[in-house]
Design a protein. Sequence first.
Lengths: 360, 266
Amino acid sequence: MIELFKELVDAVSSPVTIFTGAVVVFLLFVTFPRQAASKGGGLTLLFLVLAFFGVGLTDKHFRSIVSAPDNVPIVGMIFIFGYFTWYAMRKAVENDRRMEKGEPTVEQAETNDKVLVFPYLIFIEFVVALAYAVGLVLWSLFLKAPLEEPANPTVSPNPSKAPWYFLGLQEMLVYFDPWIAGVLLPTLIILGLCAIPYIDRDPGNSGFYCYQKRRLGIQVYLFGFWVLWILLIVVGTFLRGPNWNFFGPFERWDVHKVVPLVNVNLSDLLFIKWLGWGLPKEWYLREAPGILLIFTYLILPPAVLAKTVLKGLCKKLEPVRYSILMFLLLVMLSLPIKMYLRWAFNLKYLVAIPEFFFNI
Amino acid sequence: MAEPEKKTKFNLGKFITESQLYKSMFRHGYTPSERDRALSVMTNVFFHLHPVKVRKSGARFGFTWCAGGLSFFVFLTLVVSGILLMFYYRPTVEHAYNDIMALREHVPFGIMRELHRWGAHAMIITVWLHMFRVFMTGSYKPPREFNWVIGVILLVLTMLLSFTGYLLPWDQLAMWAITVGSNMARATPFLGHEGPGAALLALGDIPLVHSGSDVRFALLGGRFVGAGALLRFYILHCVAIPTVAVVLMSVHFWRIRKDGGISGPL
């Protein structure tokens, strides 16, 4: 029974099914916040994850990966963030309900009450810090910090992985060249995070949990955080084996697993497969369709949306802020788009100019 | 009749609180009066990071999850355990691994290294959680936008602290994680020797950006992760990044007060 379950999980596991599954769960969560944030919804999710880990831990390979010392924080993090996402949504749903009725939110009801920091806040801080410290000490007592063989520049482990908090970026390397996955996207993530308060400037709806009135922002944030960051870390850590090949959760990491490399560039697809002309000699002719496509992608949707669906938003933000927001959102979306293009067409690069190390 | 007897009874609490030594440290009483409680905060350099009074909604654990405070707390834990580790650790290729091994083998029930490593992971998770909470409550909105930016920089510094510390045990895990991580720097546009545009920076046939002059070389102090990288990462980890982080943390905490304290509904 368990063996059958494990084989089934391995058979359906692939980057595309896992990513799509996560997107579906995410969409369900943000479309039905009331149900997701109910006790039943939370417990169901918790039960499913626990059951999966419970069954998984009976498997030797799964256990060895999940309990590798440096991977333990990731497992903890999944539960911590799962809980707090649910908890934040729960508070938001409650406040939404109150606002609908015209009642003050939980926070508003006591915002004019002031309490003395000493003893009320200091006491909370003391107890929480104590609990945190006890947790850290227990963790340190029961789990040894890893120490492998001495560093040896001549023997490189396979797979070689960055520290776990950068594995989302390393996973992006599958779909983008290092200058995008390792430099451009991290820079844009940092700049994009910094830009949030300069784009969302409305001081209303701050200082308390709410969902409906800040829906768009919260959805983008949760998608970026859960699907594009945490999920990629999990995939990169637990499911990428030797040669960065994908392995199901219960699949042995076989060094000799052969995965055909059949990725082709857009220019190959277009000029050779579809038109049958053969590749143009000059790079700017060869890559013109790809470059055009990228420019269209970055310019057309913002322009169309500004005139139609997002007219109000565009007016509220003014052109500069609106353009920056759209650029950041499109860059963010380019990751899942590139992933699906890879899975659907084996597409390698949209624009490939190896002459300048410039590949997108 | 009984009164004089009571007076002669020795009261330890009173003896301490009325001594010159105690009064020199705490210039107020310890009664549950508002005045004494306010003074407890105001006359204590550590407590007075806080205001005397806060909104009830902001003081709740359910609102802040104490994530920001815990990030600072775990940072302090890391400073203490890190200082202890520095007594035993030499950042050279010949000693680094053996020093860590000695910590592991020769100290019975020693958990300083564990505390430092798991604390580092915990700090990353706690800082992410703090950012998550601040976003979900909309607390980044004006007038707190600049403090959010400082928070983002502190988040990046937290990850860089952890990343630079990752190399120091000088085992296979460390060396190759840093190799993979720093390989990305090779591809920096214009500044990395495999980055787009780097080939354009040349004087005739002489490339200006090559494997011995790009950002990765600057980071590692060499063409690969070796003795130079170990020393650089050690200094970055123990001195440079913590210094910057402490300065930014001071600004971060100060700005919370100046921007109106823990956020609350308007």
